[in-house]
Design a protein around this ligand. Structure first.
Ligand code: OMP
Length: 275
């Protein structure tokens, strides 16, 4: 999916919500446990309940690969079920030398390999340009590069400053913009880092940000909208547990939560979105 299609979807749905499909078999409500594939049955119910309010789905790959072939099959069925006009993110946080990175890129982007046709993959920048470039070879596919993450460990490396006082996350964002255009590269900026959202937007005015950390991790949707929205919205805000585990019945509970977030987003679009 290209950025024009993504922005159009955001404007039509008045939403920049990404629903995270972090489906833990232990947390699936009992009504799904009797199904042949409980993970897929649950995801299907969540997708049915939230597709009107979400512009993206982000299956976190860890929750699927932990269960081997069965997990990959649940992921495949989930991907096949997601409506084709909704943006998809393989949250895999990959990063390796070039030829290996290309295999990872094929896994998620090339339907003739593993069978997936994701729009984007999360990638760790630590190994540098040649570990990211292979993901950029695919047309209308996106790299979502970790910049400033939502966890407390983000202080360990991302916030550290070199002799020129530039923090590592800023160095990542500036250099990565020489590797790929805003049409193919997004940055992860945690919603829990509202103090840095404005700065991040200054560093990368045109890139989309994937912003996890609202909902269960407590980030403020209003601050994210206020400080990081750009003239093409430029935001995908993820919530996983806060939506998918909102209650025992996704048709009611996940729907209620997704709708609530979407309505709040519509309000912030009215307030902060200036084309
Ligand atoms: O890349 C991510 O999506 C990500 C980056 C980050 O900085 N923090 C973060 O929480 N995530 C992911 O976003 C999701 C957050 O889930 P909830 O806290 O349940 O909404 C998980 O899948 C995390 O792996």
């Amino acid at each position: 999916m290209n950025s024009t299609e993504l922005v159009k979807q955001i404007e039509n749905k008045r939403s920049f919500l990404c629903v995270g499909l972090d489906t833990d078999p232990k947390l699936i409500p009992s009504m799904f446990k009797k199904e042949v594939d409980p993970v897929f049955a649950f995801n299907k119910a969540v997708i049915d309940a939230t597709a009107d309010f979400a512009v993206a789905y982000k299956p976190n790959i860890a929750f699927y690969e932990a269960f081997g072939p069965k997990g990959w099959e649940s992921l495949q069925k989930t991907m096949d079920y997601i409506p084709k006009d909704i943006f998809t993110i393989a949250d895999a946080k990959r990063g390796d030398i070039g030829n290996t990175a290309f295999m990872y890129a094929q896994t998620f982007f090339d339907p003739s390999c593993a069978g997936f046709n994701f729009d984007s993959v999360t990638v760790a920048p630590y190994m540098g340009h040649d570990s990211v470039e292979p993901f950029l070879r695919f047309e209308d596919k996106w790299v979502i590069l970790l910049a400033l993450t939502s966890n407390s460990g983000s202080h360990d490396f991302q916030m550290t400053k070199s002799e020129d006082y530039i923090p590592m996350y800023e160095r990542v964002m500036r250099l990565a913009q020489t590797w790929g255009s805003p049409e193919e590269m997004m940055f992860v900026i945690g919603a829990t880092r509202t103090d840095f959202l404005q700065k991040a937007r200054e560093i990368a005015p045109d890139n989309f940000f994937l912003v996890p950390g609202v909902g269960a991790q407590g980030g403020s949707l209003e601050d994210v909208s206020k400080y990081a929205m750009n003239s093409r919205v430029g935001l995908l805000v993820n919530s996983s547990r806060g939506i998918i585990y909102a209650g025992d019945n996704p048709a009611v509970d996940a729907k209620r939560e997704a709708k609530k977030v979407q309505e709040e987003m519509a309000m912030y679009l009215d307030e902060y979105y200036i084309k």
